[in-house]
Ligand binder design. Structure first.
Ligand code: EPU
Length: 435
């Protein structure tokens, strides 16, 4: 393999067959690396995926003085040497994780400074919900010169109702509440399985945290958190991605460690499309059918159909016989990637109306957040550039199905979130070279 990969050269037309092991969840592992800073002893995490976003998070923690030891998929975070409350832009590599440091840094230093956030370009992605919650907990928050700053001698508990069940705002506030004075109640909160997994780590570290009915987290702040050992849950986005790869390449893939618990709405959706699957003790076996059926679907917060499954699912619908609709209700600008698929032969139209069965908060705002897909359409190979992480996997799927060789660039975006993606696809029989 070359040191730096510029492109994947993907030969389409091969069925993917065999077994693949799902790695640990990106959106749990990166948060848990930060949660470890609340401790005053080392925290050991197992099943941490070897992906770009984990490396970037580790580099950021090391830049703050934290000692991090990586041994394969086991990462030990020793927060005792944490020595600064200032996260510089150079340290953050422009992903979205720095905002989670607000609580842990305020607890340690009484202040925190983090740079404006990066991450996938799928909408404006403000952090007002995070900041409003921290203010309710007593932090004095300011913004300027590309940095967010927060100050507070001791965070105090609060009753916080989120304007929208944001995943990372919920996590920011849980981390802030874990050692705040008193009991914090967060309502209309996000309840994604990755958040529950982080709550489990916090509980092992000594936190008192409970998920109650109606999207409510209740966190009784404690004085100190200690060391713990925790295994990150398998990545349900990666699991779903391989399931669709089996269906689209007319293959059969046993996705080891895929968990039915975390894939309920995904499995219902693909069953409606006609993709066969069998839930087994250690994973899920995905197959293919000769014909797929169109569906109408909206993305939603958990337990709904997640927005990160939308991109491979749209690829699947390009091969369904008839007209399908996908209404994206989480991010206002998450269909830009379809333009390249249309050039490859897909029949996809974008609309700003809320198509599907319900209206969403993007109604009348001119965001192209509904998508009509007519199929089935064969795809032609092409040169395509990945615009964001999840679109990246659907481009790989498109290339794997197309006639001839496609050249896929922008691959560092996919490597941010999928561990050894090329190795795994090659093991399943994909013909992919790197350049
Ligand atoms: N929002 C606000 N204000 C805020 C926070 C969010 O208006 O303060 C809005 C966003 O603009 C968006 C909606 O709320 O329209 C949902 O955003 P959310 O905050 O839930 O997203 P996130 O926490 O930034 C995480 C994942 C995303 C995943 C979303 C939704 C991480 C690092 N990222 O983002 O994952 O799509 O939740 O489930 O956990 C990915 O893995 O590729 C990815 C983009």
């Amino acid at each position: 393999m070359p040191d730096k990969i510029n492109a994947y050269l993907v030969q389409g037309g091969n069925s993917l067959k065999g077994e693949v092991l799902v790695s640990g969840a990106k959106n749990a592992a990166t948060k848990q690396l930060v949660a470890a800073l609340l401790s005053d002893e080392p925290v050991i995490l197992h099943n941490v995926p070897q992906i770009g976003d984990v490396s970037a998070t580790i580099e950021m923690l090391e830049g703050l003085g934290v000692k991090v030891t990586v041994d394969g998929s086991t990462v030990t975070v020793d927060p005792r040497t944490l020595n600064t409350s200032q996260v510089s832009e150079a340290l953050s590599r422009k992903n979205r994780i720095p905002v989670l440091l607000m609580g842990p840094l305020i607890h340690r230093f009484g202040e925190a400074s983090i740079p404006a956030l990066g991450g996938c370009k799928i909408g404006p992605r403000p952090i007002d919900i995070h900041l409003a919650g921290l203010e309710k907990m007593g932090a004095e928050v300011s913004e300027g010169d590309g940095y967010y700053k927060a100050k507070c001698k001791k965070l105090k508990a609060a009753m916080i109702e989120l304007r929208f069940p944001s995943v990372m705002a919920t996590e920011t506030l849980i981390l802030a509440a874990a050692k705040a004075k008193g009991t914090t109640v967060i309502t209309n909160a996000a309840v994604e399985p990755e958040i529950l997994d982080t709550a489990k780590l916090l509980q092992s570290m000594g936190a008192i945290i409970n998920l109650e009915t109606n999207r409510t987290w209740v966190i009784q702040g404690v004085e100190r958190l200690g060391g713990a050992e925790h295994s990150v849950i398998p990545d349900r986005i990666e699991a779903a991605s391989f399931g669709i790869a089996a269906a689209l390449t007319k293959g059969s893939i046993f996705v080891r460690d895929a968990r039915q618990d975390d894939l309920l709405s995904f499995l219902n959706a693909i069953r409606r499309v006609g993709v066969p699957f069998k839930v087994e003790k250690d994973g899920i076996l995905f197959g293919h059918a000769d014909e797929y059926h169109p569906v109408v679907l909206e993305t939603d917060t958990h337990p709904g159909f997640m927005t990160d499954w939308q991109q491979p699912f749209v690829m699947l619908l390009t091969q369904a016989k008839g007209v399908s609709i996908v209404h994206e209700t989480i991010f206002e600008d998450r269909f830009g990637y379809t333009e390249a698929l249309v050039k490859m032969g897909a029949n996809i139209q974008l609309h700003s109306d809320c198509l599907g069965s319900k209206e969403c908060r993007f109604k009348h705002q001119n965001f192209l957040h509904s998508c009509i897909i007519s199929g089935p359409t064969p795809l032609k190979s092409a040169d395509i550039c990945i615009p964001d992480l999840r679109a990246g996997f659907s481009y790989l799927l498109a290339a794997l199905m197309a006639d001839g060789e496609s050249r896929v660039t922008g691959v560092e975006l996919i490597e941010r979130g999928y561990a050894d993606i090329i190795g795994k696809l090659q093991t399943l029989g994909a013909k992919i070279n790197v350049e």
